[in-house]
Design a protein around this ligand. Structure first.
Ligand SMILES: [Zn+2]
Length: 362
C-alpha cells in the first residue's frame, strides 16, 4: 500500500477512516463528543481506540491533533498503525496495550486552526490555573505587530516586526512562543481555564492509563524543524526519567531545554498531564515534532489565522487563501513527506514498545 493512502484530506474523512479501521480490527472505541460542529457541519469528537487488554500493565499512548490542523499528520500515523498487522502482532505478544487518541482538538482539525474553539493553544493550556498566569513580556511587546489591524500586513508592519524580532536574544526568541495569557485574540494563548480537550484527555488518562504500571505517550505535532524530519522532543522533569527516555529513544532525543531544540520554552504542555493523572505509573512522554515548510511561512500562516478569527467578515477569497496557507504550513500533501512521517513514526513505536516491555515486566 502507498503510505500516502493513510492520510486524509479533511477531519471528517480522517475520523470516518479511523473509526472504520478500528471496527474492522475489532478494537473498542470510546467517543467523546465535542459541543461544537465542524467546518462541514459534521459531528466533532475525540475518538479513543483501545487496543489490547485493559488489564495489561503497560500502555503506549499515541495522540493526534493537539494542535488541530496538525492532526492530518498524526491521524495518518494512527491509521497506518491500525493497519499494521506485524507491529500490532508484536505489541500483542509483548502485552503492550495501545491507546490512540484521535483528534485531541477536533474543532481546530476540522476548521483548520492550530488553536481550539476559543483560540486556545492546547499545548499551553495544561498549566496550573490556581496560580496567577505568568506574564510573557516578550510577547506583550510584539503582539500588536504580530496580529496587525489589516491583513495582509503593510510594509511598515513587516519592517517593524522584522526589526523587533532581530533585536531579540536567543532566550527572548524562545519565550516569545512559549505561551501568553493576556491576549485571547493573539498567538500561543494559554486560556483562562482548562479547555474541553484538556478535561477530555485527563478523563482518558484516568480511565485507561492511571491503573497501569508503566505508561508511554507520544504526542504528534508538525510545523517546526526541517522538512519531514521528526524531532524527538523531551521535557526533562527528573534525571531518572530522562535516562530512561534516552535509553528508549536514543541520543538524538532533544531536551526541550536544550538551546538546539526546535521547541519553544513552553509552560502547560499536554503530556505533562500524564504525570499528574497517573501518579502511580512510571510515565515517559515525548513530543514527535515533524518539520514542514520554512519557519517564516509557518509564522505568517499563524498570524493570518489569528487575524482572521477577529475578522469574521473578511472577504471569502482572502479567507480561503488564509485557510489554504495554514493547512499547507502544517501538512505537506506529498507522497515523499508522508513516507518520511510514517517511517519515523513506526520506528519510534518499535523503540517505545521495546523500551516499555524491556524496562517494565508484564
Ligand atoms: Zn504542534
Amino acid at each position: 500500500m502507498n503510505p500516502a493512502a493513510h492520510f486524509s484530506q479533511t477531519y471528517r474523512e480522517a475520523r470516518n477512516r479511523f473509526l472504520e479501521a478500528a471496527t474492522r480490527r475489532g478494537v473498542a472505541v470510546e467517543t467523546h463528543i465535542h459541543p461544537y460542529r465542524g467546518a462541514e457541519g459534521e459531528e466533532l469528537a475525540s475518538d479513543v481506540a483501545l487496543i489490547g487488554d485493559p488489564g495489561w500493565s503497560r500502555a503506549l499512548i499515541a495522540s493526534s491533533g493537539t494542535h488541530g490542523v496538525e492532526g492530518f499528520c498524526g491521524s495518518g500515523c494512527q491509521l497506518a498503525l491500525l493497519q499494521d498487522d506485524v507491529l500490532l502482532g508484536q505489541l500483542e505478544r509483548r502485552k503492550v496495550a495501545v491507546i490512540l487518541i484521535h483528534a485531541v482538538n477536533p474543532f481546530g482539525f476540522s476548521h483548520l486552526h492550530r488553536t481550539n474553539e476559543d483560540n486556545v493553544d492546547l499545548n499551553r493550556n495544561f498549566r496550573d490555573f490556581s496560580q496567577p498566569a505568568p506574564v510573557n513580556a516578550v510577547y506583550e511587546r510584539l503582539h500588536p505587530l504580530l496580529v496587525p489591524a489589516a491583513w495582509p500586513p503593510d510594509p511598515k508592519n513587516e519592517a517593524a516586526l522584522a526589526a523587533a524580532q532581530a533585536a531579540l536574544d536567543a532566550n527572548e526568541r524562545r519565550s516569545l512562543t512559549g505561551g501568553q495569557s493576556a491576549h485571547p485574540d493573539g498567538l500561543f494563548y494559554a486560556g483562562q481555564e482548562p479547555a474541553w480537550s484538556n478535561k477530555t484527555v485527563r478523563q482518558v488518562l484516568r480511565r485507561h492509563a492511571a491503573g497501569r504500571r508503566a505508561v508511554a505517550w507520544i504526542d504528534l505535532h508538525t510545523g517546526l524543524g526541517p522538512y519531514g524530519h521528526g524531532e524527538k522532543i523531551f521535557a526533562a522533569l527528573d534525571p531518572q526519567i530522562t535516562a530512561r527516555a534516552k535509553r528508549w529513544w536514543g541520543e538524538d532525543l532533544i531536551l526541550s531545554s536544550d538551546p538546539d531544540s526546535v521547541s519553544p520554552r513552553t509552560l502547560g504542555y499536554i503530556t505533562r498531564s500524564a504525570y499528574e493523572e497517573c501518579p502511580d505509573a512510571a510515565v515517559t512522554t515525548m513530543t514527535l515534532e515533524y518539520g514542514t515548510v520554512p519557519q517564516t511561512q509557518v509564522h505568517d500562516a499563524l498570524r493570518a489565522d489569528a487575524w482572521l478569527r477577529s475578522h469574521p467578515s473578511a472577504p471569502p477569497s482572502l479567507r480561503a487563501d488564509i485557510k489554504r496557507a495554514i493547512r499547507d504550513a502544517f501538512y505537506c500533501d506529498t507522497d515523499a513527506w508522508k513516507g518520511m512521517i510514517l517511517g519515523q513514526f513506526r520506528a519510534t513505536m518499535i523503540q517505545t514498545m521495546n523500551g516499555i516491555a524491556g524496562d517494565f515486566g508484564s
